[in-house]
Design a protein around this ligand. Structure first.
Ligand code: SF4
Length: 242
């Protein structure tokens, strides 16, 4: 099933575009991280409700905090009905170290109620319906569709957006809402499912936000980032011995 993006973007005259280079970048990174196989296996086993709750917990919270919180929650409760029964205070108690936990606890219980009342207790595999749920925007919906259902779509978070700009796939300063339809059009569909995870991994490992490791970047030659030379030549960090 293919998801239609709501925003039509004409990329025919996008100057920095080089489709063959994009495919080579993705293939190179997939090879470096052995990613395609990992993501496919992961998606086969996915539970869309768990993915949805994980996405809510991940808003403005690092993966290191939100992933264990999701695991903790699902050790106690597994279905929307059980979340409703646990209630806002019960959910809140289990996610205390997550940013904005009171709001997220309220949201999670409200989502669970809405799933029961409107969607037969199941997470809908549809972007517009997902966006009816409290706290689910376009970016979250894309992540739920790809990781929860294996539907080819690209979730654009801060890593995907930053890397897309540095590589020259989208104009500098593009917002995630603008980046998503452009890269979904540029990148062949067979790579959509794995792209978010691939760029997130790459973004945490090498193409970091503040100090990209351009000197050891496997896709350096394709990159359009104007400061890549500077970061490549940055002297290695001096570690003082005690
Ligand atoms: S060369 Fe630097 S900025 Fe470009 S993709 Fe690699 S790490 Fe990121």
């Amino acid at each position: 099933m293919r998801v239609q993006t709501p925003v039509a973007v004409d990329v025919s005259d996008w100057k920095l575009l080089d489709r063959r280079a994009i495919v080579r970048i993705i293939r190179t990174l997939n090879k470096v991280y052995g990613f395609e196989e990992y993501a496919t296996k992961r998606m086969r086993k996915a539970n869309p409700f768990r993915v949805l709750i994980g996405v809510i917990l991940s808003h403005q919270t690092t993966d290191e905090i939100s992933h264990p919180a999701t695991t903790r929650l699902f050790k106690h409760v597994k279905t929307p009905q059980q979340f409703v029964k646990l209630g806002v205070r019960g959910v809140d108690r289990l996610i205390k170290n997550v940013n904005y936990h009171p709001t997220k606890a309220r949201r999670i219980v409200a989502i669970s109620k809405m799933l029961i009342e409107k969607f037969g207790g199941r997470v809908p595999a549809n972007r517009e319906k997902l966006m009816e749920l409290p706290g689910v925007g376009g970016k979250s919906a894309a992540i739920i569709l790809s990781f929860g259902f294996g539907i080819p779509t690209i979730g654009v978070d801060t890593h995907v957006n930053r890397i897309s700009q540095r590589l020259g796939l989208v104009p500098k300063g593009a917002k995630p809402e603008k980046t998503q339809p452009i890269i979904e059009k540029l990148i062949p569909e067979k790579y959509h499912l794995t792209l978010n995870h691939l760029f997130v991994t790459f973004g945490k490992d090498i193409c970091k936000s503040k100090k990209p490791q351009c000197h050891s970047c496997p896709v350096y030659k394709f990159c359009k980032y104007e400061r890549k030379e500077y970061f490549k030549n940055l002297p290695p960090k001096v570690v003082l011995k005690a």
